[in-house]
Design a protein around this ligand. Structure first.
Ligand code: FEO
Length: 399
């Protein structure tokens, strides 16, 4: 990815990571980008850096615009290493005494990541920084998604540098929202929200309300991953408002794993039960679907039904993995169901039920278990479980 002027004197200087397919457990089929921004005014400012291994490309991109030594100030909006990994090398190159702006928590977190004593300037909420002709304002956005996260707003150009918020793990030829179909990019933005931000949805909702109340004009939203929103930034903001509310959609996901296809047969019969009630549903097998894709479906689905065969008196490992992942992200407003086949002890479906209850799911029925292979009566029971949860969905969610 080459540097590009995105507004007069404002450049995107980040890099594409075309080959990454696993971002700390999140499947990134389209790679990702680590965006960084350079503002050339009377003072020259670099906002965020890139993963350490991409430092040479970052320098190459900056060098096309200015000699990196001329950078006066570095701003770290967020400490996670995909954006801060190059800070030590950048500071070494531009002069280690140049100021490094960050939030107060950023100061703590950067100090815990890097042994060097940089010239830190922890900023207050709402503090401004004059660059000459233009001014930056720092906005505290704690826990979106790290304690140190902040936004930086370029007042005169109405550009919001939003760190991870509004991002997408997507690397492509497009750099702006008007260069890619909405239907192509929004699923990436939704998957990003579901996997990175869902846990903080209530905080994000409040922050967006505050920004809307401030009437902050936005001509461009520049996240640290993926495309920049310039045609209509309100589209991604409105999508965030919707996702933050976690209003359930009339849809069900049946998540499962299976050893000898019995739990699979149960899952498919449960799906048929939903469909018979007019509730769209789909089965998601946990060794065919990545957990990060499953959670994206879970985010908006009104019903989540989870099935596990019993293995060694417990849950099947992939189901344990998924339940742990989902529990951490705290999805809200779900109707739940639990099922699974077993051989002789049969603990798994009860364990699933207990876990879903601990996440606040409203369980529509007892856990359903079938010994060995479901017969016609077993399949009917599964169909009825899907239908029963489907009816509960229809009582809760309007079309
Ligand atoms: Fe893209 Fe939280 O780092």
């Amino acid at each position: 990815m080459k540097s590009m002027e995105i507004a007069k004197g404002v450049y995107e200087v980040g890099v594409s990571d075309w080959n990454i397919r696993d971002f700390h457990g999140y499947s990134t089929g389209n790679g990702s980008t680590y965006n960084a921004y350079l503002i050339v005014d009377e003072k020259i400012v670099l906002i965020d850096t890139v993963k350490a291994s991409f430092y040479p490309q970052l320098m190459e991109n900056i060098s096309r615009i200015v000699d990196p030594k001329k950078i006066d100030i570095v701003i770290s909006n967020h400490t996670e290493m995909d954006h801060s990994g190059s800070i030590p090398m950048v500071m070494h190159r531009i002069g280690p005494d140049k100021p490094l702006y960050c939030s107060k928590m950023g100061f703590k977190n950067l100090s815990l990541h890097f042994p060097q004593k940089f010239n830190y300037h922890p900023v207050e909420k709402g503090e401004t920084l004059n660059l000459g002709k233009r001014t930056l304002t720092f906005m505290e956005t704690r826990m979106i998604h790290w304690p140190d996260s902040m936004f930086t707003y370029l007042n005169e150009d109405r550009i919001l540098f939003s760190s991870d918020a509004f991002g997408q793990h997507y690397a492509g030829p497009e750099r702006f929202d008007d260069e890619i179909d909405h239907e192509v990019i929004m699923p990436h933005a939704e998957k990003y929200f579901a996997n990175i931000l869902l846990l903080y949805a209530p905080k994000i909702g409040k922050l967006i309300d505050q920004v809307v109340e401030m009437g902050l004009p936005l001509d461009m939203v520049c996240p640290d991953h993926g495309i920049i929103w310039r045609k209509d930034p309100s589209k991604i903001i409105n999508a965030y408002v919707k996702w933050c509310k976690q209003e359930p959609v009339k849809r069900a996901v049946v998540v499962y794993d299976s050893m000898w296809h019995s739990t699979e047969k149960m899952a498919e019969a449960i799906v048929d039960g939903f469909v018979a009630e007019g509730v769209p549903a789909k089965p998601m097998h946990l060794r065919s679907c990545h957990r990060s894709d499953v959670i994206t479906e879970v985010m908006s689905a009104a019903a989540v039904v989870v099935g596990s065969p019993t293995l060694n008196n417990g849950l099947f490992p992939t189901v344990s993995d998924f339940l742990t992942y989902m529990k951490g992200l705290k999805p809200k407003n779900k109707i739940g169901g639990a099922f699974g086949s077993y051989g002789w002890s049969g603990e798994a479906s009860k364990l699933v039920k207990t876990e879903l209850e601990s996440m606040g799911f409203q369980m529509a029925d007892e856990n359903l278990k079938v010994q060995y292979v479901p017969d016609a009566a077993g399949i009917d029971a599964c169909h009825e479980l899907g239908a029963k949860i489907g009816r509960a969905v229809k009582e809760t969610v309007s079309d």
